[in-house]
Design a protein around this ligand. Structure first.
Ligand SMILES: *Cc1c(COP(=O)(O)O)cnc(C)c1O
Length: 366
């Protein structure tokens, strides 16, 4: 039997992609905000239901440039339960991450613990919509307004979601998306920032193109992270299938839930109220009652060719590159979840038969 991996990139047919890139061979414009880039920007703006959007080479650069364009200084309150990119973006901007613990039910930042971390150096909050679960955006906004802080969401897991009738990219000052191959929607590599303030948008546009203002003037020390035309063309194709793919993800999630929802020692993820979800991941948290540890279950599944991931493990704050700067004991819930979470395979082409086979292995523990 073929191996099953935790995810598999979605692609259009090769013919559809060839058709989409045909005119690039006529114009010879491969990058620098060409026709595909402009078209994708308009389509994504509409699809995501946001006021403004800029396309970039990847989600990491969206985070890094957003922090730079906001001209921040000092401390940024964030979560350790994230991909390392979030923390790198803060540190690479000369800012200091301050780690807040997470909510044990939805794994996003615990808003009730943010205020006690605010000092006179705090400039921003950088929460993450983990697994497509939405942060408590209303409370975060309230805290940010009370203390004059910027809010930058890492929305890499939240593509296409709608919360309380609004596109999820419209919360906070800025939301950053990733269109990496492994995400719900991909442009091979790609990313975007969604934002409210038009001056911020101009800054991002300049920064992503070396800080160039015009042919004779360079206004800021930018870099190069423009989305190229081949990636934008793939994005145009993939956008046509994203709703269908999310529907397939939902069916797979429903199947997993029906098998694992009442299993002792296994905690499943529940869709939040008022949220149109994207079913990006299928995390389970293994408790004592299960009779096997997370690591043992992971190994068991691997023996059967099923490659789950311990995602997010270890905590981002604990990586050796940060030289033990951060104390993981200060975020005990995040630590405990990272020790017991396992993300099961979930992608649109995953067959329901495979899902049932995975569930049977988990239920029978052998
Ligand atoms: C994928 C991801 C990123 C980085 O996005 P890239 O497009 O891979 O650069 C950042 N944060 C989170 C939470 C992610 O999952």
């Amino acid at each position: 039997m073929n191996n099953i991996y935790v995810t598999r990139a979605s692609l259009p047919t090769i013919d559809e992609y060839m058709e989409e890139i045909r005119d690039i061979w006529e114009t010879h414009q491969l990058s620098n905000m060409g026709l595909k880039h402009e078209k994708l920007r308009d389509e994504l703006k509409a699809y995501l239901g946001v006021d403004n959007i800029e396309l970039l080479t990847n989600g990491h650069m969206a985070l890094e440039l957003a922090l730079q364009a906001l001209n921040l200084e000092g401390e940024v309150i964030t979560t350790p339960f994230t991909f390392v990119s979030t923390i790198h973006a803060i540190i690479r901007n000369g800012l200091k991450p301050v780690f807040c613990d997470i909510d044990p039910d939805n794994y996003t930042i615990d808003v009730s613990k943010i205020e006690q971390l605010i000092t006179n150096k705090t400039c921003a909050i950088l929460p993450v919509h983990v697994y497509g679960n939405i942060c408590n955006v209303d409370e975060i906004q309230r805290v940010a307004e009370n203390h004059g802080l910027k809010v930058i969401y890492d929305a890499a897991h939240a593509f296409g979601e709608v919360y309380k009738g609004k596109g999820v990219g419209s919360f906070g000052d800025v939301s950053c998306f990733s269109f990496h191959a492994t995400k719900v929607y991909n442009t091979a590599e790609g990313g975007a920032v969604c934002y409210k303030d038009s001056d911020f948008g101009k800054k991002i546009y300049q920064l992503k193109n070396f800080g160039i203002k015009n042919e004779e003037e360079v206004e800021c020390v930018g870099l190069n992270c423009k989305m190229n035309e081949l990636c934008a063309a793939l994005g145009l194709c993939n956008l046509r299938y994203v709703d269908e793919n999310i529907k397939k993800r939902k069916d797979i999630t429903t199947t997993y839930n029906s098998y694992l929802g009442n299993m002792p020692g296994i905690k499943i993820n529940h869709l939040q109220t008022d949220l149109v979800g994207n079913y990006a991941y299928y995390p389970i948290v293994i408790g004592k009652d299960y009779g096997m540890s997370r690591d043992e279950l992971n190994i068991l599944l691997r023996k059967h060719g099923i490659y789950s991931r311990k995602y997010f493990y270890p905590l981002a704050s604990s990586f050796s590159c940060y030289n033990k700067m951060f104390d993981i004991n200060l975020t005990p819930i995040a630590y405990q979840i990272s020790q017991s979470v396992l993300t099961l395979p979930l992608y649109p082409d995953l067959s329901i038969d495979s899902v049932e086979r995975i569930c049977e292995l988990i239920i029978n523990r052998n």
